[in-house]
Design a protein. Structure first.
Length: 354
């Protein structure tokens, strides 16, 4: 039984979500399921509705599954679950019987290495118009997931307003930001906030498999007695890694923004992949020599660092958790998963039937 939420009894502001109806799209995925349990734990009288297509056997041309939602992320969840595709209007009509107070829109094709542009744009963009219309009808606050992928290789620190996406996924998220901005101008009374997550890690990311963070992937590599494998020059590949609890904080604070907009959600502190391997080894008490191999990817982000000044000013966002603290909090779950669901063994299975 997963129990890392025992400590997650934080109220990040004075908002009371009891007696509120909350829609979480993508609620069977990593961030969505963490949000769902946050509300369940802290606001036991909230009505939580998850809308997610869950995973099927369908795979993209890159071999990855088309969606990562997994029932195991929701074991213990007591709210309502609707299985549906956000890109399908008939499926979305299942939501018409509710009147939502808050919508946390996390569902998306979240795999940055998918190049089927039609499918990405249909799923990530078209559905957003329809979800915004639901928010407008219900007078609900719309908090949606954007991404640091909107920045592509823009120099650090990445700042809102200076984007240059380098893949269809990043483009789709930037388009969502532009739709949100227009929608919010046309509907000034609505709350519409986009959150540009940087590299999120933590419990319930496991079923993202190859697209899960390097924290769990390296963690299981080391636990299986192997040296951590990293791209050559990994001490110079820096990313802004953010722990899931800080992402939850951003979502809660986004419900009462000083003004609508899109905001970076990172720590503001870039760290290397080598740092992750070193911290994990320290936690596990191992001392493997890192093995390096050539980075096969073009368009690889080499340095990300969120400029969080606007998030601090407009959302009162205050990231609390350093990479050391986040990995340390995550270690028991990494070990538990290694015992029951070793990521390296499942990655070797071609049809990822886990
Ligand atoms: N995790 C990160 O580091 C990160 C970084 C930047 C942005 N984001 C964004 O945050 C959001 C949540 O990401 P995550 O890490 O939890 O990913 P995830 O893949 O675990 O969650 C996405 C969820 O959406 C569901 N979904 C996918 N397509 C759907 C569809 N057509 N209809 C209904 N449900 C669908 C999936 O089943 C999954 O449960 C996504 O929008 C993602 O693009 C995540």
């Amino acid at each position: 039984m997963i129990n890392f939420f025992e400590d997650n009894t934080m109220n990040y502001n004075n908002l009371d979500f009891n007696n509120k109806t909350i829609l979480i799209t993508g609620g069977a995925g990593f961030i969505g399921s963490n949000l769902a349990f946050y509300f369940q734990k802290n606001f036991s009288n909230s009505r939580i509705v998850i809308f997610d297509c869950f995973r099927s056997d369908s795979v993209f041309s890159n071999g990855n599954l088309q969606s990562f939602g997994h029932y195991k992320n929701l074991i213990g969840f007591k709210g309502e679950i609707i299985c549906g595709n956000i890109a399908n209007l008939n499926n979305l009509s299942l939501l018409s019987k509710y009147k939502f107070d808050y919508i946390f829109h996390q569902a998306a094709i979240s795999d940055t290495r998918v190049y089927d542009q039609t499918l990405i744009m249909e799923t990530n963009i078209n559905s957003f118009y329809n979800l915004l219309n639901i928010a407008k009808k219900d007078n609900a606050a719309m908090i949606y997931a954007s991404s640091a992928a909107t920045y592509g290789s823009m120099p650090s620190p990445q700042t809102e307003g200076h984007e240059s996406p380098e893949n269809p996924y990043g483009f789709s998220k930037l388009t969502m930001d532009q739709i949100a901005s227009k929608y919010s101008r046309e509907n000034p009374k609505m709350i519409v906030v986009g959150l540009r997550y940087f590299n999120v890690y933590g419990p319930r990311e496991y079923f993202k498999a190859k697209t899960a963070s390097m924290v769990i992937q390296l963690g299981h590599q080391i636990l299986s007695g192997k040296a951590p494998r990293l791209f050559k020059g990994s001490d110079n590949i820096l990313r802004d890694f953010i722990y899931i609890d800080d992402v939850i904080q951003a979502n809660i604070k986004a419900c009462v923004p000083k003004k609508n907009g899109v905001y970076n959600v990172g720590t503001g502190v870039p760290r290397s992949f080598q740092d992750i391997a070193d911290i994990l080894q320290k936690e596990f008490g191992t001392n493997f020599k890192t093995k390096y191999f050539l980075n096969p990817y073009d368009g690889y982000q080499m340095h990300t660092q969120a400029d969080i000044s606007s998030s601090i000013n407009n959302l009162d966002f205050q990231p609390q958790i350093s990479l050391e603290k986040g990995i340390s909090a995550y270690i028991p779950e990494i070990k538990r998963l290694y015992g029951s669901e070793n990521i390296w063994s499942i990655l070797k299975i071609k049809n990822q039937n886990y």
